[in-house]
Design a protein around this ligand. Structure first.
Ligand SMILES: CC(C)(COP(=O)(O)OP(=O)(O)OC[C@H]1O[C@@H](n2cnc3c(N)ncnc32)[C@H](O)[C@@H]1OP(=O)(O)O)[C@@H](O)C(=O)NCCC(=O)NCCS
Length: 192
């Protein structure tokens, strides 16, 4: 039995001629101006800026040292359930089965994701937030991707008011309900 290996799409046995003949000076002179980037100017600039900014943002597992920065971020969004009691927030962010990641720029928390997962099948986004100054740089998808990778699971379920955003990312819509402690006749507050 004989095998034919392919090199640049050409069977090795058929390559009597070099695949790329040496270029002469004349060929080089014949070349036109460098190819233009087909993306329109504003979009191209934005993509470049986003790529540049993303190199200075690192995604790290949440640790207590990030707590104040994360609370400041959440407070600016008005999500009081995370700001009322810092110690409780820390417990929630670092509880078993919870994966919390932070996006850091110059050591400052500029984004965060909290995912709850069984590690294998189900995973739910509990919180996703980007600093307003850092929005529009694809940090959201980066945190979602890293969040699912770290947490484990086949998908991310999301309960959100930001429906349009997830639809743009390709999420499919499914109906859902929430039962509160009150609905179930349990005492205490839902956030307690
Ligand atoms: C929603 C959020 C996480 C997106 O993060 P991001 O890193 O800025 O997202 P991306 O860079 O991937 O995408 C930005 C794009 O999404 C769009 N977008 C943002 N919010 C949107 C919404 N509610 N509906 C539709 N599109 C939205 C932006 O207009 C932008 O569009 P463009 O690319 O055409 O300019 C961020 O805006 C945020 O933290 N919002 C407040 C908190 C929130 O709503 N969290 C999600 C709840 S689970």
């Amino acid at each position: 039995m004989s095998f034919t290996y392919l090199y640049a799409g050409v069977p090795v046995s058929d390559r009597n001629e070099p695949a790329h003949p040496a270029r002469s000076d004349r060929d080089i002179l014949k070349r036109g101006p460098p190819r233009k980037d087909p993306r329109p100017g504003r979009k191209r600039d934005r993509v470049r800026r986003a790529a540049r900014l993303m190199t200075v943002v690192s995604i790290k597992p949440y640790a207590q040292v990030h707590l104040d920065g994360l609370i400041a971020l959440v407070a600016a969004e008005g999500w009081t359930e995370y700001t009322e009691d810092a110690e409780r927030t820390h417990r929630a962010l670092s509880a078993q089965g919870v994966t919390t990641l932070v996006a850091l720029a110059d050591g400052r928390v500029v984004g965060a994701i909290q995912v709850q997962s069984d590690g294998v099948i189900q995973a739910h986004v509990s919180m996703l937030l980007i600093d307003p100054e850092w929005r529009g740089h694809r940090l959201g998808p980066r945190l979602l991707r890293d969040g699912l990778e770290h947490a484990g699971g086949l998908w991310l379920d999301i309960r959100t008011r930001t429906e349009g955003y997830y639809e743009r990312l390709g999420a499919s819509r499914s109906l859902g309900f929430r039962l509160t402690r009150e609905d179930l006749g349990l005492g205490g507050s839902a956030t307690g």
